[in-house]
Design a protein around this ligand. Structure first.
Ligand code: HEM
Length: 441
């Protein structure tokens, strides 16, 4: 019997288990069915386990498929950039792309990276457009790093403050395969086994059997709905929201073997290796292992730019389950890629006070630094963002001091906020409440 039929047989029971299902869209129902399937597997592994095996079998059938027209110059890793698992003290965090670049030596292996290194390495390793890398790296230095050295840590820096693990800055809720900061009790950076399984199931029951845009949009819809229902401190700001939506689109666009849209394939082999998800037959869970390029892999041949990421994020991912952010134009005639980018540009002002609200001199220095990086790209003539609208009083972050807001993040277990620890399974079950005891995960 096909997996889909098995899932559909469960429908009547599900409507009582998930009362919100009545009136739900097809995507939402599918996501709930998948979640239910995995719950059943937990209760009765003998009966259901073979189904997970067959799901994996279906998508593993695509092992080894490589883009048809590839340029050998795009093969990665290049000689001299061999994989080496991070050692103790090497900083790794929520971004699989940057973790991988450090594991292959395209970025410093200790995980302390500079602005310039990031722009260069993301282009060389994945062909990320310089504008996209600049916007991301600027916000990372600004909110999570150190502007004197233009640097930041990929996970937690020594001393545990800042780094990409810092919540509500670049790191955000509704991630692809990371749990929300609050419900994960501070663990917003390890690959979650249950979120990866959910994604695998979505891919396996789709026609394409790929981590393509349609399937990633379904993963987004399931995650957004889960966070909306279960996370009382879900906070979705314009800039982190862009990162979050963009990240769903990054899967096909950066992790495909070859160029997505031009013969490249975002198959299980490529994506699972790059994000570090390893299936463990014994536990029937996915272990989080260090991110690495799969064998015989080719990066995309053309840069993927900020405008590409915004268009994909907002037009192809977000409509599956809109969560209301601080993007005022949403739903109106002025909503466009340009207005969203300009919102991010203006958002610099409102992020500054989160960092150094009590140090006026430093605030001024940070604003000047960030504007010097981004203005050339987004301000003035390029996209026509209005520089004069920048104002520290723009209320981008209502209720910022509320617990769970950027000035009042909920408490988290210290042991959950450090650097990535690999070789373990994280979040076997969906954290509907804060999971503060790692043994519960
Ligand atoms: C240019 C500098 C970059 C910065 C500062 C950055 C930062 C981040 C951060 C903070 C997150 C966590 C977001 C969240 O909580 O959902 C993240 C997630 C992600 N990043 Fe990056 N990133 C960068 C480049 C890249 C590159 C080059 C790639 C791919 C080649 C990439 C792929 C991803 C993906 C797929 C996720 C989602 C992870 C998941 O939830 O499964 N990033 N990034």
């Amino acid at each position: 019997m096909k997996v889909r039929n098995i899932l559909l047989l469960a429908l009547p029971a599900l409507s009582s288990a998930y009362p919100g299902m009545m009136g739900a869209s097809k995507e939402e129902i599918d996501a709930m069915l998948i979640e239910k399937r995995f719950e059943e597997e937990k209760r009765d592994p003998q009966i259901i386990a073979p189904i997970l095996g067959s799901l994996l079998g279906t998508i593993r059938g695509l092992l080894g498929s490589v883009a048809s027209a590839v340029d050998l110059n795009n093969k990665r890793p290049e000689p001299g950039f061999e994989f080496r698992a991070p050692g103790p003290g090497d900083s790794r965090g929520p971004c699989p792309g940057l973790n991988l670049l450090a594991n292959h030596g395209y970025l410093p292996r200790n995980g302390k990276v500079t602005f310039g290194q990031v722009v260069q390495a993301t282009a060389r390793g994945f062909n990320m457009g310089a504008d996209l890398a600049t916007v991301l790296a600027t916000f990372a230095v600004l909110t999570d790093g150190d502007i004197v050295n233009e640097s930041f840590y990929l996970g937690s820096p020594p001393g545990k403050v800042g780094g990409l693990n810092r919540h509500s800055t670049v790191e955000t809720d509704v991630s692809v395969h990371r749990e929300d900061y609050y419900n994960g009790c501070g663990d917003n950076h390890h690959l979650s086994s249950r979120l990866w399984k959910q994604n695998v199931a979505i891919v396996a029951r789709s026609q394409s059997k790929l981590f393509d845009m349609e399937n990633m949009a379904q993963q987004y819809a399931a995650n957004a709905r889960f966070s909306q229902i279960n996370n009382p401190y879900l906070y979705y700001f314009p800039f982190p929201m862009i990162v979050s939506l963009g990240a769903f689109a990054f899967y096909p666009n950066f992790f495909s073997n070859g160029t997505y849209g031009a013969g490249g394939v975002p198959n299980y082999e490529s994506v699972s290796s790059i994000v570090g998800a390893e299936y463990d037959d014994r536990t029937r869970e996915f272990k989080y292992v260090p991110e690495r390029f799969p064998p015989n892999w080719y990066r995309r041949a053309v840069p993927y730019t900020a405008a590409n990421a915004l268009a994909d994020g907002y037009l192809r991912i977000y409509p599956k389950y809109p969560l209301v952010p601080g993007v005022a134009q949403l739903g109106g005639p002025n909503f466009s890629v340009q207005t969203v980018l300009c919102d991010a540009y203006q958002g610099i002002q409102s992020i500054i006070p989160l960092l150094l609200a009590n140090d006026v001199e430093n605030v001024a220095a940070k604003i000047t630094w960030a504007q010097s990086k981004i203005t050339g790209l987004l301000g003035g003539t390029v996209l026509g963002c209005d520089r004069d609208t920048l104002s520290p009083t723009v209320p981008f972050f209502p209720n910022a001091t509320r617990t769970g807001g950027p000035l009042g993040t909920p408490s988290a277990q210290v042991s959950n906020i450090g650097d990535n620890v690999y070789g373990k399974v994280y979040f076997r079950n969906a954290p509907t409440r804060p999971q503060c005891n790692p043994s519960q995960n």
